[in-house]
Design a protein around this ligand. Structure first.
Ligand code: SAJ
Length: 434
């Protein structure tokens, strides 16, 4: 198939890089966002999100004239839906499960209906529960009078890029394209092969939906077992980090890292799509989510232990608020939850996030420098493995703070060096203070 004009609905972390990349590869692209503020910001060449290299790419796409930003879709040869599928705590669910909000996917599909033509291709990229493409998107698009798979092509293609690496991974990663018919999958391949250099794997739409959810659920469950090992190690006086390192010498064992919890908008969310779709057959996936969600409480208990069971009025320097190392993304961050829990339990928190020094967070005192976090602190709590924190010299830190207690939740700091600098070290998953 030959494509000249493409409409991308949703200009977030995925939609915007995708739209811009197609535009710089010669396609006429209409980038659509329902938020007038996003449309205005982008039209002026500014960005509402942060991703390395994205500003340059968007500006190049706009300058070439191939990318235009609009609030409404237009007729096109292909449409890509990349809108959010957020999750919310379902008050009707007594087990505390979460539910997906598919209203943006529905609304985006609806907005395409008047512009759909015979021979058009529609691709859903938003992470969605199994069968969304066939059971939700197809019936909406068929309100046009055209039949999915017969008159127009319809496929699901998940994004699998890592925040911080989006521009490179968008091009280099293997891409799965699941068509509701084989011809739909082929049409999807023709579109993405305009810029994708990774392997393009074709399958059916529901398999592609499952693949995406399975990838992130697999990771979540594996982090959960690491977190459970940390609890066991703590109880039995074992150093979980040492134990994992030894276990991982086994050729078929690859245990992940325990930590303060699982954050971000993908791994902490996607497993719920499977639980919600089939609650009766997903006890393991649900439990893994609960284990990972409980980690911030374990960190709270560790800090309590380090501060002799009394948090009231104690000043804690919280190092890192992002959901993972060397990104500025605070979404679903367990570090933020830990900081809140400390405050709720009476501690005075100075939180420092080097990648978002200006962040204003409800109920949290954020400071704009490491020095500000350290002065006056009684304990340092390391929550995120940012390179700037990993490379701290404990001798230098000792000069900047009265604190002589450090709590390392991610095994980033060499215990001996910190001890030599006069600190008492507590670690997540280590059954004794050193
Ligand atoms: N984490 C641990 N222990 C580990 C590894 C990670 O506690 O051993 C934590 C991190 O600190 C973080 C969370 O898990 O809070 C998730 O981080 P991540 O780096 O594993 O993944 P994401 O959410 O940044 O990106 C994932 C990727 N999926 C997989 O690696 C299977 C990415 O390829 C997907 O595109 C992305 O989710 C997505 O969009 O779904």
């Amino acid at each position: 198939m030959n494509f000249q004009k493409l409409c991308v609905l949703g200009l977030g972390y995925i939609g915007l890089p995708t739209a811009s990349t197609f535009a710089t590869h010669g396609l006429q692209v209409v980038g659509v966002d329902v938020n007038p503020l996003v449309v205005e910001t982008l039209s002026e060449g500014n960005l509402h999100i942060h991703e390395p290299g994205l500003r340059t790419l968007v500006q190049a796409a706009l300058r070439s004239g191939n990318l235009v930003i609009r609030q409404e879709p237009e007729p096109a040869d292909a449409f890509i839906i990349a809108v959010p599928t957020p999750f919310y705590d379902d008050p009707g669910n007594l087990q505390g499960d979460k539910s997906a909000d598919m209203s943006y996917v529905r609304a985006a599909s609806q907005s395409i209906v008047p512009h759909l033509r015979s021979g058009s291709l529609v691709i859903l990229e938003s992470t969605s529960p199994p069968r969304t493409t066939a059971d939700i998107v197809a019936p909406i698009l068929e309100q046009s009078g055209l039949k999915a798979g017969q008159d127009f092509f319809l496929a699901y293609s998940p994004e699998r890029v890592l925040p911080g690496q989006i521009l490179r991974e968008l091009v280099d990663n293997a891409r799965v394209i699941g068509g509701i018919t084989p011809a739909s999958a082929n049409a999807g391949r023709d579109l993405y092969s305009i810029f994708v250099r990774g392997e393009i794997v074709l399958t059916d739409a529901t398999t592609a939906e499952m693949v995406k959810l399975m990838e992130n659920t697999y990771r979540d469950v594996n982090i959960a077992i690491a977190n459970e090992f940390a609890r066991l190690a703590d109880r039995f006086g074992v150093d979980v980090w040492e134990a994992i390192q030894i276990a991982n010498r086994h050729p078929r064992v690859r245990i992940l890292n325990p930590g303060p919890g699982v954050g971000g908008h993908c791994i902490s969310v996607d497993p719920w799509f499977l639980v919600e779709a089939a609650p009766d057959i997903t006890p393991l996936i649900r439990t893994a989510r609960q284990v990972n969600d409980a980690q911030p409480h374990l960190v709270l208990e560790l800090v309590r232990r380090a501060l002799s069971d009394d948090l009231t009025g104690r000043q804690v320097a919280v190092l890192g608020l992002a959901y993972k190392p060397d990104v500025d993304d605070l979404r679903e961050s367990p570090a933020i939850e830990v900081a809140h829990l400390l405050v709720q339990n009476g501690a005075r928190v100075d939180a420092f996030e080097p990648y978002k020094t200006g962040a204003v967070l409800d109920g949290l005192n954020t400071v704009s420098s490491l020095t500000a976090a350290l002065e006056g602190a009684e304990a340092l709590l390391l929550l995120v493995g940012h390179s700037a924190f990993r490379s701290l010299d404990p001798q230098d830190v000792a000069l900047l703070t009265p604190a002589r207690i450090v709590i390392d939740t991610i095994n980033a700091w060499p215990v001996e060096a910190w001890r030599a600098a006069g600190f008492k070290v507590y670690q997540l998953g280590v059954g004794r203070s050193l």
